[in-house]
Design a protein around this ligand. Structure first.
Ligand code: AQP
Length: 353
């Protein structure tokens, strides 16, 4: 095996941008308004990593078009998502924040990975099955190879840590399979292993209409989710209408067994108040859902208010926002392109120059 084609030998551009801190990568689709699920399961956990790691975050518009997106809406949602990320605490000076389609290395490496990943691996991906639904024949081929693009997103930065919600764990395992197969096929030690980072008491926030289904920005029912842009009245109404069961809240977590909607609401309150489900139940056990939902709505409004105000401010100046994202893309490109070009060379592509 030809070893030694790892990070240290992939060119000066990589070495210069390499810091002693390990590299974190994560992305989010601009496929709708960011939800409380995206926020608690992902975005919020990205913030502290800016200070402990070299953090690279990306609005993944290439992923979003694996299902139909109205072009005008996609453009609007892409800016809105970027504003939501900054408003939630991502600082373009402390992390690299950009739009996926602005850095070509993602699609170039994804094509190579399309030729590395096996059909059998992709056939096992539950997200494809969920999103394609019953009519799989009508799903886009992009949706099918979505995990290959995700693997390229991460590997083109030699990132080793990926903070995601629990729903993305299977895709990360596939990204490791792809990296390993590439290394094996070309006799190199080029792509490092990736570790998922799944954090927080609300790693998986569930739909307000069905506690067994995850909260999703593309769920056809707006009542199923809290959008980061929902005003106080909308939040209160959605929480009031959230599905529950007739029993009062239990006094301990054991009592949440078989009660997915109750578990979900308790988890959300714990997450936004910085406590644990056990503490929430200690304080609210025995209460009916009417009273509990009022407490929850109030806590959510207090938590989301400052984020919404900052989003509004950022979106009022789209040129400034676009400028920040362009700078982010330049910084991302400086890391991604040399790694992608090295992969192309390993495959046997002739260099352009
Ligand atoms: N309900 C959730 N609970 C916890 N984490 C979640 N994430 C998504 N939904 C929940 C996490 O958010 C990050 C970004 O996800 P994405 O936008 O790239 O894609 P997704 O997982 O498919 O999210 P959605 O909201 O369900 O989008 P659509 O409806 O477009 O498919 C990921 O880290 C994910 O784990």
């Amino acid at each position: 095996m030809t070893r030694g084609l790892g990070k240290a030998e992939t060119g000066p551009a990589i070495r210069n941008s390499e810091s002693a801190m390990s590299r974190v990568f994560s992305g989010i689709q601009p496929s709708g308004v960011p939800t409380l699920g995206n926020y608690l399961g992902a975005i919020r956990n990205w913030v502290p990593l800016q200070d402990t790691h070299e953090a690279i975050y990306c609005v993944v518009d290439l992923h979003a078009i694996t299902v139909w997106q109205d072009p005008k809406e996609l453009a609007r949602q892409t800016r809105e998502m970027a504003a939501a990320l900054i408003a939630s605490g991502l600082d373009p000076d402390r992390c690299i924040l950009f739009i996926q389609s602005h850095v070509q290395a993602h699609t170039r490496l994804a094509w190579i990975f399309n030729c590395v990943a096996r059909l059998g691996w992709l056939n096992r991906m539950t997200q494809f099955k969920d999103k394609a639904g019953k009519d799989r024949e009508a799903a886009s081929s992009g949706l099918y190879v979505y995990p290959n693009l995700m693997a390229a997103d991460i590997h083109t930065y030699h990132a080793t840590l990926v903070p995601v919600g629990e729903d993305q764990k299977q895709h990360l395992e596939l990204a490791n399979d792809i990296g390993e197969k590439f290394n094996h096929d070309y006799g190199v030690d080029f792509f490092p292993r990736i570790e998922p980072l799944i954090q927080g008491v609300a790693a998986r926030v569930m739909s307000l209409r069905d506690g067994t289904k995850k909260m999703s920005k593309s769920d056809p029912s707006d009542q199923s989710r809290i959008n980061l842009t929902d005003d106080a009245d909308a939040v209160a109404l959605k929480i009031r209408r959230a599905k529950t069961d007739p029993e009062p809240l239990p006094g301990s977590e054991a009592g949440l067994e078989g009660r997915p909607e109750a578990r979900n609401l308790v988890g959300i309150l714990a997450a936004v108040t910085g406590t644990t489900p056990a503490e929430v139940l200690r304080d609210h056990g025995g209460k009916g859902f009417g009273a509990f939902k009022e407490v929850l709505a109030e806590a959510l409004v207090a938590h989301l208010g400052p984020i919404q105000a900052e989003m509004k401010r950022l979106l009022a100046d789209p040129a400034a926002l676009d400028g920040l994202l362009r700078k982010g893309a330049d910084r991302a490109e400086a890391i991604a392109t040399p790694i992608c070009e090295k992969a192309e060379e390993l495959v046997g592509f002739l260099p352009r120059r």
